[in-house]
Ligand binder design. Structure first.
Ligand SMILES: NC(=O)c1ccc[n+]([C@@H]2O[C@H](COP(=O)([O-])OP(=O)(O)OC[C@H]3O[C@@H](n4cnc5c(N)ncnc54)[C@H](O)[C@@H]3O)[C@@H](O)[C@H]2O)c1
Length: 440
């Protein structure tokens, strides 16, 4: 099947790279976003997110005329829905004493509704947003049925999860293996035909609910594994052990691969998606639920350790380095680093933050420094929350000249104890009961 024109709804970290990628392969792409700022920025050939290599691709896609952008869908051969699927912040579910977060599917619902007027016989619709099990069949298909066309009979309908790593999206879109779940086998085949325009990784066809579950299983597995690493860090502190050393040694076992502890789990994927399982079937998601509890409690644990390390937090000046949810990206969504900052503020600390990938970010009640130097200059302590490369490679002697602080708190195992001690710093490392300062 040949796709000459594509309509992509949601032009964020996922939808925009797709739009640029298809446009670069000569496909006419119409991108849709409800955010006027996104539409205007893209129309000018600029981008509103940080992703290496994307700016140049979008610019040439817009200039070539292969990429157009607006706030409403146009007729096309295929539609990709890549809109957000966060959790709700106001409402919670309850089951047998479990209190859990609920998926907010409003963007998927309204994107599917927006397609209705332009949906035609023979079209292909692909949902890429990470979604609770059975969303394609039970939420999207009934909405699209209002067009009087039937999914799987009159048009093809698929779910295809996204696995790309922010910072590496353009490479991974091409190289990663893909799973395409069709509402019918013919739908999955139609989906495969679309992605073969540029995907070099293996493409596996399955049914839509399996594909939905695959994505949730991937992220839930990471969440549970990080939760156990975080518990190991707490246990190590209790038993006078350096968790990082213990994990390294345990990982010498050929069948063990323990992940790294940290200040918590964030982003709009790993900290969100496991809740979709819990909401859909709490009776079968006990472990998943408890792992979420552990990871959500980790910022609180970190703040407790900071207090033990630096003493009373009231009026303590703390420079917080990194607010993103992971290294070398600008994405602040659900970031545990921000939660740590807020908890420190609640305890009376005066926190100044520096996030090199989002220096102008505005977060209610959070003080952002204008540059690295002004963040650290007058600090009593420096708190490292994200393993951005530029923080890992900081020179201890140089930093010593820029700050009054002589206490460092490393939550991500970025810094070598000896190097920093030689430069006159005392360093506490999360999960390391042997780092000298934790014995104070
Ligand atoms: N970013 C990732 O690394 C990643 C990885 C795998 C899966 N996902 C999933 O992909 C989906 C999209 O994530 P993202 O990171 O691209 O989100 P994003 O927030 O970066 O972008 C989504 C865009 O959709 C727009 N939007 C919202 N409602 C819309 C609507 N009704 N019609 C058109 N546009 C609309 C928003 O304005 C926004 O620009 C989510 O379900 C996410 O969980 C993301």
């Amino acid at each position: 099947m040949k796709y000459n024109k594509l309509c992509i709804l949601g032009l964020g970290y996922i939808g925009l790279p797709y739009a640029a990628m298809f446009a670069a392969r000569g496909v006419k792409v119409h991108g849709v976003d409800i955010n006027p700022h996104v539409v205007e920025t893209l129309k000018a050939g600029k981008i509103h997110i940080y992703e290496p290599g994307l700016q140049a691709m979008v610019e040439s896609a817009v200039q070539s005329g292969n990429l157009t952008v607006s706030s409403s869908p146009e007729e096309a051969d295929a539609f990709i829905i890549a809109v957000p699927t966060p959790f709700q912040h106001e409402k919670f579910g309850e089951y047998n004493g479990m209190r859990f977060k609920l998926a907010d599917m409003r963007a998927v619902t309204s994107a599917a509704e927006a397609i209705l007027p332009v949906l035609r016989k023979g079209n292909l619709v692909i949902l890429e947003s990470t979604s609770p099990p059975q969303t394609t069949g039970r939420l999207v298909a009934p909405i699209l049925a209002r067009s009087h066309l039937e999914a799987g009979k009159d048009f093809y309908l698929c779910y295809s999860p996204e696995r790309v790593l922010p910072g590496q999206i353009l490479r991974e879109l091409v190289e990663n293996a893909r799973v395409i779940g069709g509402i019918t086998p013919e739908s999955a085949r139609a989906g495969r035909d679309l992605y073969t325009a540029f995907v070099k990784g293996e493409i596996h066809e399955t049914d839509a609910t399996t594909a939905e579950m695959v994505k949730l299983m991937e992220n839930t597995t990471r969440d549970v594994n990080i939760a156990i690493a975080n518990e190991f860090a707490r246990l190590a502190e209790k038993f006078g052990v350096d968790a990082w050393e213990a994990i390294r040694l345990a990982n010498l076992h050929p069948r063990i691969n323990i992940l790294s502890p940290g200040p918590g789990v964030g982003g709009h994927c790993i900290s969100v998606d496991p809740w979709f399982f819990v909401e859909a079937a709490p009776e079968h998601a006990q472990l998943i639920y408890h792992a979420r509890q552990v990871n959500d409690a980790q910022p609180g644990f970190v703040v407790k350790k900071i207090k033990q390390t630096t003493g009373e937090l009231k009026n303590k000046k703390i420079a917080a380095l990194g607010l993103a949810y992971k290294p070398d990206v600008d994405d602040l969504r659900e970031s545990p680093a921000i939660e740590v900052v807020r908890l420190l503020q609640q305890a009376g600390a005066l926190v100044k933050c520096w996030e090199p990938f989002a220096p102008t970010a505005q977060l209610a009640g959070v003080e952002m420094a204008s540059d690295f130097e002004s963040a650290v200059k007058d600090a009593d302590a420096i708190l490292l929350l994200v393993k951005h490369t530029e923080f890992v490679t900081l020179d201890p002697t140089e930093l010593a000249k820029k700050t009054n602080a002589r206490v460092l708190i490393d939550c991500v195992n970025a810094w070598n104890l000896n190097d920093w001690q030689s430069a006159g710093f005392a360093l506490y490392r999360l999960g390391d009961a042997k780092s000298p300062i934790s014995n104070l």
